[in-house]
Design a protein around this ligand. Sequence first.
Ligand code: NAP
Length: 262
Amino acid sequence: MNTSAKACFYTLLVAAMSAFCAPLACADTHVDPSPDIDAPTVLITGANRGLGLEFARQFAAAGWRVIGTARKPDEAVELKAHQVTIMPLDVADPESVASLAASLEERAIDLLINNAGIFPRVNSIDEIDLNDYSRTLAVNTLGPVLVTRALLPNLRLGKKKTIVNISSRLGSIDLNDSGRYYGYRESKAALNMFTKTLANELRAEEFICAAIHPGWVQTDMGGKSANLTPEESINGMRAVIDRLGPEDSGTYWSYSGEQVPW
Ligand code: NAP
């Protein structure tokens, strides 16, 4: 290539890269593109701490293009240490969800992980506070519904077409043997039902929709006495996700690789 052809090539390359990055740069506080343009893309909600952060770390280390969302991207200090594009998202706020979807228009997403969640401890029916109860359903159930619906066009552009809802064993009706954790249990049981219904609707398009229980994990939610580290839980969940095929759509798994009864 002669000098003027090289100059022309680089000008075009820079223009193409700016056009690709522009829609993200407006909305992001932190853009860190993956080195491999052909790598699959994962979007993880609630990626600033806990399991979401470890998902982001492991997928980035494995060479994926990672979009990690946070309610306050400026404060997502640990997430910024990894090769991740950080975007603002409050899953319980429809405007925030719409704005995320607008920023990502036309961008293919292979894997969506609905991870963000809250767990207020409510030990008896008398302790139920209706505002907290509604908030738990808004974040843990309606959040994944809103985010999934808004990003379906992106997932349709992706190759893997996979939606993973981070559920909990506490959402299993079969395994429920105590009268505790009102609100949280219902929110995850409803998330499980959403997973199955969506799997049925999207089966013809070969989507994979699955609910996964991460185990009891040492995060702010799980507490220090939990028996798993985030690394162990995410290693397990990534192995489960890796093995899923369209025939597994509408299933409920444990991080350890066994199916969980509904
Ligand atoms: P965590 O350490 O408490 O982190 C929760 C994450 O969710 C944070 O990033 C938080 O963001 C985000 N979040 C909360 N409300 C949100 C909202 N309205 N919009 C967007 N993000 C929001 O919890 P974790 O242990 O990592 O839990 C992750 C998922 O695993 C949850 O769905 C949880 O139910 C499930 N799970 C966890 C365990 C466990 O033992 N840890 C067990 C079973 C299931 P902020 O920092 O902004 O609050």
